[in-house]
Design a protein around this ligand. Structure first.
Ligand SMILES: CC(=O)SCCNC(=O)CCNC(=O)[C@H](O)C(C)(C)COP(=O)(O)OP(=O)(O)OC[C@H]1O[C@@H](n2cnc3c(N)ncnc32)[C@H](O)[C@@H]1OP(=O)(O)O
Ligand SMILES: O=C(O)CCC(=O)C(=O)O
Ligand SMILES: [Zn+2]
Length: 483
């Protein structure tokens, strides 16, 4: 079972880990989770004052708390090797993204296939709050088809690196500029948004880039786009290019970042710091090769910077549902280390962490699971556990033990966990046996042999009960068969 089941109950079916759910209001109250401890930052300005690394007033270009997401699961995401989205799946994904609150949804080119065109029209007719874009080559044939679909805007792209000019479309910069002007003016004449992007921007000549961006800005393009098509850029390069471009164009700046070297989230964050206004994402990052900036990872990163802004803009508890929807559609699992929704994103294990987390989750959490509709866990059935975590479980079970007794029981858990990880049931049984031994006077702190005997007796009793239960079932089955 995934530990993030959105429930207040203590999980019972985890086999690998004993986990204490510390999300219940009672425990929260006891540990002051909802108190004025700074966790999750209900007052970001206060947090920022205390954080020397927070954005400064002098970072006047910084858009970390003022950005738009262009969600491209239904365009870039369709380029993921496993992706095939039928019409209903596309509609379900578009509706879910809209309910989550993304600003734009980008769709595959209607020139790709007849069904792609029909799907684009169908999604435009849904009446979503998000603006619908489609993505085309810098070519009048594609533009003519795109403007007839009912989209709110068209994203136009063409390669500007020498690689793509030579081996993809074979056009030089003057042809590219001339065609870009023609396409942009045509789309604008239809009264819809238009964006112009250079593919493979980070391997393109800077003078070529700035020159074409300046030209399209002058003729009134809504946005220009930078694309790290091969995922070669690092944060410093992203910062420099966006910052330079910010000084050259007046229009909005979008950025599209591939994740070939694992930089896509960091690069997106840096782009916002440098003045980018729009970030392309896809759910789980799916796209060509290893894909682009993942929606969930970007949201985690931007939430960490300004939780109140991100909470007010997006329906965060929907993230898990959207990721499950897309993961199922493309037949992949959610990676265990996925930000927010990874299997153990909010599970704390080592005793030192557990103690501090129980006192104040801010000690080891930058994201509040509650804000994402998820649950925090402290895992205790292992040899790295500590008596503070065990004490929390003892209290959840409603048992009364002194600190000295809890430390004694913890030593036993560690001894057993040195052989194998203890399940939730194993730890609970041990604590109950320990407690009743103390209550009955059969056990005192440090009496290892007495504890071993009580545990042995408990196990034998359980086996006997199981045997009689299965015998009972056998008799019932025989009676039923005879009848
Ligand atoms: C980096 C990116 O992800 S960009 C977006 C990628 N998206 C897609 O490719 C959408 C899906 N693609 C398709 O369905 C098809 O490739 C189509 C319909 C776009 C074109 O199909 P075809 O006409 O059969 O051409 P094909 O795919 O073999 O080659 C691409 C053609 O577009 C040209 N081209 C490539 N990029 C561009 C561009 N940005 N602007 C204009 N023309 C371009 C190429 O020169 C080539 O033209 P050619 O037919 O004269 O050789
Ligand atoms: O249109 C864009 O900006 C990006 C196109 C694309 O997918 C890429 O270059 O990787
Ligand atoms: Zn891409």
């Amino acid at each position: 079972m995934c530990p993030h089941a959105n429930s207040d109950s203590i999980p019972t079916s985890q086999t690998e880990m004993v986990a204490v759910d510390i999300s219940s209001p009672k425990v929260n109250a006891v540990n002051g989770v909802n108190g004025a401890n700074g966790h999750g930052g209900s007052h970001p300005s206060h947090q920022q004052r205390r954080n020397p690394y927070a954005p400064r007033a002098s970072d006047f270009l910084n858009n970390v708390s003022n950005f738009k997401i262009i969600e491209s699961t239904l365009r870039e995401g369709e380029q993921f090797a496993n992706a095939f989205f039928d019409t209903n799946t596309k509609i379900a994904i578009a509706k879910a993204l809209d309910a989550f609150g993304v600003d734009y949804i980008e769709l595959t080119s209607p020139a790709a296939s007849e069904q792609s065109r029909r799907d684009c029209e169908a999604i435009c007719k849904l009446g979503l709050k998000a603006k619908i874009l489609t993505h085309i080559r810098c070519h009048m044939d594609d533009a003519r088809i795109a403007v007839e679909t009912g989209v709110d805007g068209v994203d136009v792209v063409i390669g500007t690196s020498s690689f793509l000019r030579e081996f993809s479309h074979g056009k030089d910069m003057s042809y590219i500029t001339k065609t870009a002007i023609e396409v942009i003016q045509f789309v604008k004449s239809r009264g819809i948004e238009v964006r112009f992007s250079t593919e493979d921007s980070f391997r393109s000549d800077l003078v070529d880039l700035l020159s074409i961006y300046q030209t399209v800005d002058k003729i009134g393009v809504n946005r220009v786009g930078i694309a790290d098509t091969v995922g070669c850029a690092n944060p410093r390069q992203v910062y420099e290019l966006v910052r330079t471009l910010r000084g050259v164009v007046a229009c909005d700046i979008e950025i599209h970042l591939h994740n070939d070297t694992g930089m896509a989230i960091a690069n997106a964050y840096t782009a916002l710091e440098a003045g980018a206004t729009h970030i392309d994402t896809s759910v789980l990052g799916i796209g060509e090769r290893v894909g682009i900036t993942p929606l969930g990872g970007l949201v985690a990163c931007l939430y960490a910077a300004n939780p109140e802004y991100v909470k007010s803009k997006y329906n965060l508890p929907m993230l898990r549902e959207i990721e499950n929807l897309v993961a199922e559609a493309v037949e992949v699992n959610i990676p265990f280390m996925n930000p927010i929704t990874g299997y153990c994103a909010f599970t704390h294990k080592a005793g030192i962490h557990a103690k501090a987390i129980l006192n104040n989750p801010s000690t080891y959490e930058i994201l509040r699971p509650e804000d994402f509709g998820l649950t925090r866990y402290v895992s205790i059935g292992h040899r790295l556990t500590g008596w503070n975590a065990v004490k929390s479980r003892v209290e959840q079970l409603g048992l009364t033990l002194t600190d000295e007794e809890i430390k004694d029981a913890t030593a036993k858990i560690k001894e057993l966990a040195d052989v194998r990880t203890q399940s939730m049931d194993d730890v609970d049984s041990l604590l109950r046996v320990y407690h009743s031994g103390i209550q009955s006077g059969e056990l005192a702190v440090g009496q290892k042999e007495a504890l071993d005997r009580l545990l042995r007796e408990h196990r034998e009793e359980q086996h006997a009960r199981q045997r009689s239960l299965s015998n009972g079932k056998g008799v019932a089955a025989a009676v039923a068969a005879a009848a």
